[in-house]
Structures are given as structure tokens and as C-alpha cells.
Design a protein around this ligand. Structure first.
Ligand code: PGA
Length: 242
């Protein structure tokens, strides 16, 4: 795993964007799997700007890391986020956009459908955030490293984070999510994790310096040659070596 240290949120966003841009520019039919949350908002701003200035995405396939179980039009869905922060803002159409359906009656069938897409479109890059409890996607602490796409139950800290992010109350907040498993996450050709802010410092420390264990899902990345993490000063503030 490579660690890139940057100053702040904006530098992290710009650097993360550059990595995604390079994939889009250099791969023949790029496959980019994206995430949501507070962390990548800045990256998407850079990406939208670049696409609208001519970065060609006509051959790019977009996949998603996860999706909340809930009504399609709920404020918190990944679908909503992707449209609001990327898809509806650009003047070009990607080749494919394959998001998960969290409104399905049959999650097993949806998992089967999405796994077939993953097999057909090997990911050039998987973008990730980091939970304050070091989760990746909805792989909460305790999830085995060999887990494949599944219907995950959120831990309380994740539910609270969703409530804060979208200004919704407990009853409205989703408690389950379809998510790529840790095994699939680590299998992408490149894995890029972004972390910014003091509230991520302990998770970053566990990821970089703690034990490699399912209790810290992100620690799966430590031994991955294809993984890069970009951390800002606050997120790196508890590391003993920099
Ligand atoms: P955040 O979420 O980007 O909103 O901090 C990260 C995550 O929970 O994976």
C-alpha cells in the first residue's frame, strides 16, 4: 500500500481526481467504480469541471461501491448522489452507468446481477472512503476479508453518520446496504482510498499502524500492492511515522 500525504481536503480532492483522470485518459475502456459520502465531493467537483472541459468519458463505464436499501428517490441513495454530483452535471454521457438497485424486492437477484456486471467489467479503479470505525463500503468491523457482495447491516455509528450527512431522523435513516465485499474491493486493479479530517485520524492510524484484522476492515489494504491512500494532515495526525 502506498501512502500519499497532502495538506488538506482540497489537496486530497485534487490529487484523487488526478488519479481517476489518469485512468480515464490511459485505459482503453476505463471502468471506474465510485463511492459516495462527504469525502469525495471535492473530487467530483474537479471531475465534473474536467469532463465539461473535454475529458472524454464516452468509453468509460461507471460502477458503484454500494447502495442503501430504501426507496429509489430517497435523499440518501447512491443513485441520487451520483446524479446530483456527477451524472446530471456533465455535458457528456459515459458509456455505461451501472448502479445497484436498493429498491429491489429481491436482493439475492440484485447481487447476482451486479456480480455478473463486475465479472464483465473488471474495475480499473475502486474509489473508497473510510468509516470512522474503519469500515469500507458497508463492510463493518468483523466482516471477514474474503466476503463478496452482500446485504450488510449498518453499525450504529454508520447510521448516525448517514443521519448527519443527509439531515434525516432515525426512522428515515437506512439500516442496510448492498455493498461490494472486502474481497471484491481489494481485487480492483487499483484501489484508492481518501481520508480527510481529525475524525478519521484514529481509523487511519488503525489502518496504517494497527493489526491487520477484520476488526479493522480497511487494514485489508495494507498488504495490497494495488492500494493507494491519500490522507490529509488532520487524518494523518495520529500516525507515529510519516
Ligand atoms: P464520509 O464516509 O466520506 O462521509 O466520511 C466515509 C465512509 O463512511 O465510508
Amino acid at each position: 500500500m502506498e501512502i500519499i500525504y497532502v495538506k488538506d481536503y482540497d489537496e486530497m480532492s485534487e490529487m484523487g481526481f488526478q488519479v481517476i483522470k489518469e485512468v480515464i485518459e490511459t485505459k482503453e475502456s476505463p471502468v471506474v467504480s465510485l463511492n459516495t459520502g462527504g469525502t469525495p465531493k471535492g473530487l467530483y467537483k474537479y471531475l465534473v469541471e474536467a469532463i465539461n472541459q473535454g475529458l472524454n468519458i464516452n468509453d468509460t463505464t461507471i460502477l458503484s461501491l454500494d447502495e442503501y436499501i430504501g426507496p429509489k428517490d430517497a435523499v440518501y441513495t447512491v443513485k441520487n448522489y451520483m446524479h446530483k454530483r456527477l451524472i446530471d452535471l456533465v455535458n457528456q454521457k459515459p458509456k455505461n452507468i451501472f448502479l445497484m438497485d436498493g429498491d429491489t424486492q429481491d436482493t439475492d437477484e440484485e447481487i447476482k446481477r451486479y456480480k455478473e456486471l463486475l465479472a464483465k467489467y473488471p474495475r480499473d479503479i475502486q474509489l473508497l472512503g473510510l468509516g470512522t470505525n474503519a469500515h469500507l463500503g458497508a463492510n463493518e468491523p468483523g466482516t471477514p476479508f474474503d466476503t463478496m457482495m452482500f446485504l450488510a447491516q449498518h453499525h450504529e455509528s454508520t447510521i448516525q453518520a448517514t443521519m448527519r450527512e443527509y439531515g434525516i431522523d432515525r426512522e428515515e435513516a437506512p439500516t442496510e446496504m448492498l455493498t461490494l465485499g472486502l474481497k471484491e474491493i481489494a481485487e480492483a486493479k487499483n484501489v484508492l482510498l481518501l481520508a480527510s479530517g481529525k475524525h478519521k485520524a484514529q481509523a487511519v492510524k488503525n489502518l496504517v499502524e494497527g493489526e491487520i484484522t477484520p476488526d479493522c476492515p480497511a487494514s485489508i489494504l495494507r498488504d495490497c500492492k494495488n492500494a493507494t491512500i491519500i490522507v490529509d494532515e488532520e487524518a494523518a495526525s495520529l500516525l507515529s511515522k510519516k
